[in-house]
Design a protein around this ligand. Structure first.
Ligand SMILES: *Cc1c(COP(=O)(O)O)cnc(C)c1O
Length: 431
């Protein structure tokens, strides 16, 4: 019998995976998913994995959720997509109406896109044109933070702090002002001082409230976010909150901003908005921002921007049903209970391990930072590979093990994550 190529071989032959070195892709034993069921993914050989990273932070209720599947079927019988440029779509209106009272933005207006990076890009451009529309041409830069990650397009890379091999793009990044990550000592004072000195040059300050996910779950104190908001208001600088990772329940509230007690001018959401089903994101603008764009038909005040699949109807239908289910199933209550259980388990079984430098957690966002004695040990990669062998799918960010289970995770599943993580760290590091 002729050797038939495996799924991994077929994959590596034609698919280019993001953030992945393709020369060693196949050796790193990738999981080739065939289907999903609840919080588990099932590979082409029938092996089951607990999806403890929510498919890179997007899955909220689980996979193959009958109610979300039905919402998708119902919408496909009506229409899959129609353009948002100059025209509307009923399900998109219904989604925006349902979201408006729930987002922490005054007089919320929604500009939809498909990915987080694209929605960040929209927010940056809106903030810039907000000023030029009012005759201010000197506010041409942004304040961003150490450790920030806002996506991979050129504009979102510019406000992001690099890392992940993206320094190669430094010549393409436009210059921004950068202040230390808000969890660091003295960071609030530094940010406030920059805003005071350079406020007149700033279109906006852009930050991730409560957690900088891609920085390895760096925690951002709520008071720091509030202090930056006060300084920005004092110097009339717009505030953009990037809640692509933290939005839709991850941190224990629907939006992390709620815990900071502030109302940003622009809010960026993505990832969990469709429960992990379909690509959808949105830039949410306040009434004040929106009004600066109103003017005569075909005038320069218009926001000349929009993607082909902005406000996709199938994605909107799933997002609307998802928002209802978060309430119907009281998902935030589960997040609170499971987060407390996870914190207790990690404190008891993982934090004391000699190889663990720090455990950071906010809601169901967890980073376990390992402390390898030398840099070349690839502990992060080895620990997650060991977890995957034991049926728990996670992915490292360098030597930080990230766990971000779906919001409907159960008590026994949390126990399993803690068990497997503790065992994998012990096995790999000998500690
Ligand atoms: C993932 C992420 C983005 C980018 O979203 P994509 O959908 O991957 O483009 C932006 N900001 C934050 C905080 C994120 O976690």
């Amino acid at each position: 019998m002729a050797d038939t190529p495996s799924w991994i071989e077929r994959d590596a032959a034609v698919v280019w995976h993001g953030f992945t070195q393709m020369a060693s892709y196949a050796e790193n034993r990738p999981v080739i998913v065939e289907r999903g069921e609840g919080r588990e993914l099932i590979d082409v050989d029938g092996n089951r994995y607990l999806d403890a990273i929510s498919s890179l932070w997007v899955t909220t209720l689980g996979h193959a959720v009958p109610e979300l599947d039905q919402a998708l079927r119902d919408q496909i019988d009506r229409v899959a997509h129609s353009t948002m440029l100059g025209n509307g779509n009923r399900i998109v209106i219904e989604l925006a109406e349902a979201l408006a009272p729930r987002v922490p933005v005054d007089g919320a207006k929604f500009l939809f896109a498909s990915d987080g990076a694209a929605a960040v890009e929209q927010a940056l451009k809106i903030a810039f044109q907000f000023w030029t529309n009012q005759g201010t041409t000197t506010r041409t830069t942004y304040l961003a933070f150490g450790g920030a990650y806002h996506g991979d397009t050129i504009g979102s890379l510019a406000v992001g702090d690099g890392g992940f091999g993206t320094t190669v793009f430094d010549p393409l990044r436009f210059p921004v002002l950068r202040s230390p990550s808000l969890g660091e000592p003295g960071a609030v004072e530094a940010a406030v001082a920059i805003i005071a000195e350079h406020g007149h040059q700033l279109a906006a300050v852009v930050l991730e409230p409560l957690v900088q996910g891609a920085a390895g779950m760096a925690l951002v104190p709520a008071e720091a976010v509030a202090a930056v908001a006060r300084a920005a208001a004092e110097h009339d600088v717009l505030v953009i909150h990037d809640e692509v990772a933290t939005g839709f329940g991850r941190t224990g509230t629907l939006f992390a901003t709620e815990q900071c007690g502030t109302r940003p001018d622009l809010l960026v959401v993505g990832k969990g908005i469709t429960g992990g089903y379909l690509p959808l994101s949105a830039t949410v603008a306040s009434e004040r921002v929106w009004e600066a764009f109103l003017g005569p038909d075909l005038s320069e005040r218009t926001f000349y921007h929009g993607h082909s699949y902005s406000g996709n109807a199938l994605a909107a239908a799933v997002a609307l049903r998802h928002l209802e289910l978060l309430d119907e199933w009281d998902v935030l209550a589960n997040v609170g209970e499971r987060a407390a259980q996870l914190a207790a388990g990690l404190a008891e079984r993982v934090a004391p391990l000699a190889a663990v430098a720090e455990v950071r957690q906010q809601g169901l966002m967890v980073g376990v930072e390992l402390a390898p004695p030398t840099d070349d040990l690839r502990w992060g990669r080895k620990v997650t590979a060991t977890c995957i062998d034991r049926g728990v799918l996670i992915r490292p960010l360098g030597d930080v093990i990230v766990a971000m289970p779906p919001l409907t995770i159960t008590g026994p599943e949390i126990e399993r994550i803690v068990d497997v993580l503790a065992a994998a760290i012990t096995e790999v590091t000998g500690a």
